[in-house]
Design a protein around this ligand. Structure first.
Ligand code: UD1
Length: 431
């Protein structure tokens, strides 16, 4: 199994190109099941989750083709993939595939909307909490599907098609909103979603669905109206930049010091997180090419943070921010309101010398001037990158084990950091 070796202490200086957003690419790829035509997606990141989802879609009958490199392509240009589900040959998503990537459960929406039937494995537990799917099933039931759960599978049926309905989410859910958008686009009549997720990835999915012929108003706000159509067609769409990847490298630069241009990053995708970063003492500026983040010496100031749905501070940056706070001059309180049990990184950060105490849904971080390198274990995607951030500023060597978590969500992480002067390398075990 691969490991990542980091020798801390070097500042980061240079340019980091921001890849397409994983959390936008996945639902966009799943939307290809809604039409028999070709959906072409540009700027798709090269990630293990994308490859796995292609296999899952292939199992339903979706063909996929990827463009090769083109003359003049930048070394980090995202990939273009063509997805064509001309015939859905299998409406079952089996446990061995769904259990490996939670988001693949979302195939239930296009399958039931297009085929009137779907059998999808429940995704099971995950390192960041129980993560139920009750609200996703509520969406399908509101739209007229009959749902039964048997032997770990959701059996959904709507032999006469889905019908538009009013959907009031009791809490903001990104996956629930994606499910509602995809299913309601092919339902008979009008659907109104209240308390919809406003995340940019939801708007990106809606923009693509509109290009495919869907009638959607209000995506990106908490009230979305969808007028169902009988058929969707092919389209071409570019995946939006990854705000979590951009925020992660912004925190890495604030942690290690230096001056980094995050090429393609947009302030509007990370409003609160960047303000918080400024409060820690980093400089963040918008330029024509992206965001420039710098910290030249000086102390890291402690700042309290609470995770919230967009536009609030994203839960997917909580672990990275905690890493930064381990070296702040003073104590900060980081409250997690989106997922229970999303503090798996605390024990591992402690191995690098961090002082963190848990208090219910909050972590109290007592900043220290020095962290020391150590062997650590990646536990989930965002937690593992928080260890990399801490290691960049730790004295000596850190070995991060189980880096397959990183490969799920960060494209060429070590190359991007190396290009800015970090001492980072991947150690691949033979076999
Ligand atoms: C997506 C993102 C994930 C991010 C999260 C919150 C992808 C692939 N993943 O996950 O990176 O951390 O949004 O921004 O885009 N909930 C229920 N019942 C449900 C569904 C959700 O109670 O049926 C709860 C969850 O347990 C959680 C909250 O709602 O407490 C928000 O979860 P949700 O927004 O649905 O997260 P995902 O879409 O799974």
């Amino acid at each position: 199994m691969d490991r990542i070796r980091i020798i801390g202490g070097n500042p980061l200086n240079g340019i980091i190109p921001v890849s397409g957003a994983k959390n936008a690419a996945l639902p966009l790829m799943i939307a290809s099941l809604l039409t028999s035509d070709t959906l072409t997606l540009e700027n798709v990141p090269r990630l293990a989750d994308v490859n796995l989802l292609m296999r899952i879609l292939g199992n339903h009958g979706c063909d996929y083709r990827m463009d090769g490199k083109r003359v003049g392509d930048a070394p980090y240009a995202g990939q273009t993939i063509h997805l064509e589900a001309s015939t859905i040959v299998d409406t079952t998503a089996p446990y061995d595939l769904v259990s490996r990537m939670r988001a693949s459960f979302w195939v239930v929406a296009p399958l039931i909307a297009r085929m009137g039937v779907a059998k999808v494995s429940l995704p099971g537990g995950c390192a960041i909490g129980t993560r139920p799917v009750d609200l996703l099933l509520m969406v399908l039931e509101k739209l007229g599907a009959q749902i039964e759960i048997d032997s770990g599978y959701v059996h959904a049926k709507a032999p006469h098609g889905l019908r538009g309905a009013e959907i009031d989410f009791p809490k903001v859910t990104v996956g629930g909103t994606h499910t509602a958008l995809m299913a309601a686009s092919l339902a008979h009549g009008v659907t109104l979603i209240r308390n919809a997720a406003c995340e940019p990835e939801v708007r990106d999915l809606a923009d693509c669905l509109v290009k495919m012929g869907a009638k959607i108003k209000g995506a990106g706000t908490s009230t979305i109206e969808i007028e169902g159509v009988t058929r969707l067609h092919g389209a071409r769409h570019a995946v939006l930049p990854d705000r979590i990847e951009a925020g992660t490298y912004a925190m890495a630069a604030a942690m290690a010091g230096g001056d980094v241009l995050l090429e393609g990053a947009q302030e509007s995708l990370l409003p609160v997180a960047l303000d918080i970063l400024r409060q820690t003492g980093a400089t963040v500026e918008t330029t024509a090419r992206g965001l420039r983040v710098a910290r030249h010496g000086g102390v890291i100031m402690p700042v309290d943070v609470t995770t919230e749905p967009f536009p609030g501070f994203p839960t997917d940056l909580q672990a990275q921010f905690m890493a930064l706070m381990t070296r702040a001059q003073g104590t900060s309180r980081i409250t997690e309101t989106i997922f229970e049990n999303r503090f798996m990184h605390v024990q591992e950060l402690a191995r690098l010398g961090a002082r963190i105490r848990l208090d219910g849904d909050a972590a109290i971080v007592e900043g220290r001037p020095v962290l020391k390198g150590a062997p650590v274990m990646a536990t989930d995607l965002r937690a593992s990158v928080s260890l990399v951030i801490a290691a960049l500023a730790a004295e000596g060597e850190t070995l991060v084990h189980r880096v397959y978590h990183l490969d799920r969500g960060f494209e060429r992480l070590e190359q991007k950091l190396q290009a800015c002067g970090a001492q980072v390398e991947r150690i691949s075990d033979p076999g």
